[in-house]
Design a protein around this ligand. Structure first.
Ligand code: AHR
Length: 677
């Protein structure tokens, strides 16, 4: 899979970098009039959250199935249905295929299924084998395959009969059904083939692996019965041999690496609105997403498609571990989304009675599943999946953007009290509604304070100007009250494009999170992923096709903050920026390395000269690194099918305690000074 990243720096960024950072000097020259100054006192520090920059993963825009989850077959479990999309059936994305005179029937059935959670399967009746009769799957907008790479397939199957159905020769004993699986192009060219034998009346898993002879972006998986008879088929699967970190049932390696490159300190999952669901029956239940994949319970995704649960809690936790991010699972607060059932603002309902009690137990069981010893009831389920060691869960979110009603409050309180009583070691993150102000926001904060919730989750999708105007939002937040998780935010242009302007507004917000990192504990841009042609919500941070990845400017900002995070804020003073409403900065130290990191955002259409002085910095001879993102028109963006326009460019400069920086128009500058090493 190819990531759309030019091998060289974007022309414009590189040219600017070479000219923009005029000098770094240790001379004691006076600052010229008109120049802005940033004076940093490296001896005055304040601890800030070491978890500030993370990610929010939601299965929206085909982010999981057809996205991060590397499964290439769509509807391999034959569970798509008309409640998910009006024209969907159990056989959607499968079509019958006849080869060389083969004929037969394809139908969906539910008698004696593979598992009650996976109740439908395909029945293939081969009337005339010819060169095969069966079915083909087009994956998610085709299956993209690469020559020489290994692909690992599996399916569950059983014989239904041999010869003619219900005829006297309907005997399967010692007469397995020969089945051929093929990777083909759209025009039917066979790229890889494997032969299987379906044997017996009980479901059995068959596996194979093969390598296509050439690249194809229009691949299909074809399953053909090759003798007269009938067989049943379920949980048909094809994975690339190379998944992220080589896990089975794993993640798409290129996408997962792109996320890992953000150096996220935590990952919130699995949503969003997906968590509280469209109605009480659509709430996300973590237990339905663990264990053998064929026994997991898929369901309608609130964003208008099917979620298979193939990417389930085990895979989420494993990914967090792989990339060094703290897991932050979010559970529904025992209520469904207030916009459920086409009733905007009116659809909130709460689980009650035994259903609520069971739900509460599920939440406690989640903590045992993640952290309990391998011989505890739920720790054993984790261990059976291959992870005897506890995952070390520290944080749990309860609720998402819920309306703060009596129904919500009652459920939230019971869940919160139960978690605190049984697991005081877990930090709970509550919710304050869908907006950065207004009725639910105010009521959510009052309720959160009353209940002494440790952290509250604020969301804002607002125009870039809103971000610039709210840079001091957290300066006045009560340091004794709940801390803040900015759980979802993104600057929205009217046309919802991922412009440099939006990314810089977000960068400015990130500097304000750092400056207030004693009260802002976490932050995450939203949404993270979007499959091209299945984008239900934009802007998103990362767009992808089966074979390409487009990294938005917003991604580049998040990456710079993630890779240059600190855990101490250094005191600073700024002068000479009067009248500049789109300037922001922060200075942090990473105590592990001792590095000092200065971030400067210039969101104006004119450049800005800044003299940076570091008082009390430990002397160093090491080189500093200087990274520039932007310096282009505010409308610049990175688009699919075009070379990326906005990329960071880095150069090294002398490590010193005085820098004269020229910040180009519309730019983010990151200066990293290795101090005291
Ligand atoms: O990020 C997309 C959606 O925005 C989330 O699901 C929801 O929490 C918010 O409304």
């Amino acid at each position: 899979m190819k990531i759309k990243r030019p091998l060289v720096f974007a022309r414009s960024s590189l040219a600017l970098l070479l000219s923009a950072f005029v000098s770094s000097t240790s001379s004691r020259a006076e600052t010229p009039a008109g120049e802005a100054t940033l004076s940093v006192d490296c001896t005055s520090t304040k601890p800030i959250s070491p978890h500030l920059f993370g990610i929010f993963f939601e299965d929206i825009n085909y982010a999981a199935d057809g996205g991060l989850y590397a499964e290439l077959v769509q509807n391999g479990s034959f569970e798509y249905d008309g409640t998910e999309q009006r024209d969907w059936t159990y056989l959607s994305f499968w079509t019958p295929v006849k080869r060389g005179g083969g004929t037969g029937n394809l139908s969906a059935r539910s008698a004696s299924p593979l598992h009650p959670n996976n109740p439908h399967y395909a029945a293939v009746e081969v009337l005339e084998p010819g060169e095969g009769f069966g079915l083909t799957n087009t994956g998610y907008d085709n299956i993209g395959v690469r020559a020489g790479e290994t692909y690992k397939g599996s399916l569950f199957a059983k014989q239904l009969f041999m010869g003619k159905a219900w005829s006297p020769d309907n005997k399967i004993k010692d007469r397995p059904m020969p089945v051929r699986v093929q990777l083909e192009t759209a025009s039917g060219e066979v790229l890889a083939m494997a032969e299987l034998k379906v044997e017996g009346l009980q479901w059995k898993q068959l596996t194979w692996s093969f390598s296509p002879t050439k690249d194809a972006d229009d691949g299909r998986l074809v399953v053909l019965g090759c003798e007269k008879g009938g067989f049943a088929l379920d949980q048909v699967s094809l994975f690339p041999g190379k998944t992220f970190r080589g896990h089975s049932n794993g993640l798409r390696a290129d996408l997962a690496q792109t996320i890992a490159d953000l150096h996220p300190k935590f990952m919130r999952f699995p949503g969003g609105c997906l968590v509280h669901g469209d109605g009480l029956t659509n709430i996300y239940h973590w237990k339905a997403t663990v264990g053998p994949v064929q026994e997991r319970k898929g369901q309608r995704n609130i964003w208008g498609y099917h979620q298979s649960a193939g990417l389930g809690y085990f895979e989420y936790f494993q990914f967090c571990e792989d990339i060094g991010a703290e897991p932050l699972p979010v559970v529904a607060a025992g209520v469904c989304c207030q916009n459920s059932g086409f009733s905007p603002g009116q659809g909130q309902e709460g689980l009650s009675g035994a259903a609520f009690d069971a739900y509460l137990q599920d939440v406690l069981d989640l903590i045992e599943w993640a952290n309990g010893p391998a011989d505890s009831k739920w720790g054993a389920v984790r261990a059976a999946a291959g992870h005897p060691k506890p995952f070390g869960l520290k944080f749990v979110g309860i609720g998402n953007e819920d309306m703060i009603t009596p129904v919500f409050k009652e459920r939230f309180k019971r869940l919160h009290d139960a978690v605190r009583a049984k697991h005081p070691e877990i930090t709970v993150v509550g919710t304050v509604g869908p907006a950065p102000d207004g009725e639910d926001f105010t009521a959510g904060w009052a309720f959160g304070r009353e209940e002494k919730v440790a952290v509250l989750d604020e969301h804002y999708y607002c125009p870039p100007e809103w971000f610039w105007k709210n840079l001091s939002r957290y300066d006045s937040y009560d340091r004794k009250g709940p801390q803040v998780y900015v759980g979802e935010y993104a600057a929205h242009e009217k046309n919802r494009h991922n412009t440099l302007r939006t990314a810089l507004a977000e960068a400015a917000a990130c500097t304000s999170f750092e400056r207030n990192g004693d009260v802002v504990k976490f932050s995450s841009y939203a949404p993270l992923l979007s499959r091209v042609n299945h984008t239900r919500w934009r802007p998103d941070m990362i767009y992808f096709t089966p074979t390409e990845i487009v990294l938005s400017v917003n991604y580049q900002v998040q990456k710079l903050f993630g890779q240059n995070a600190g855990d101490q804020l250094l005191a600073d003073t700024v002068a000479g920026v009067a009248g500049r409403e789109r300037f922001s900065r922060s200075v942090v130290r990473d105590s592990k390395t001792g590095d000092i990191i200065v971030k400067l955002v210039n969101g104006d259409d004119t450049p800005l000269e800044v003299a940076v002085t570091l008082k009390g910095a430990a002397s160093t001879t090491a080189k500093a690194s200087l990274t520039l993102l932007g310096g282009l028109a505010a409308e610049a963006e990175n688009e699919l099918g075009k070379p990326a326009e906005v990329l960071p460019a880095t150069k090294t400069v002398e490590g010193t305690d005085r820098f004269k920086l020229s910040l180009p128009k519309n730019s983010l500058t990151v200066l990293r000074i290795p101090a005291g090493r």
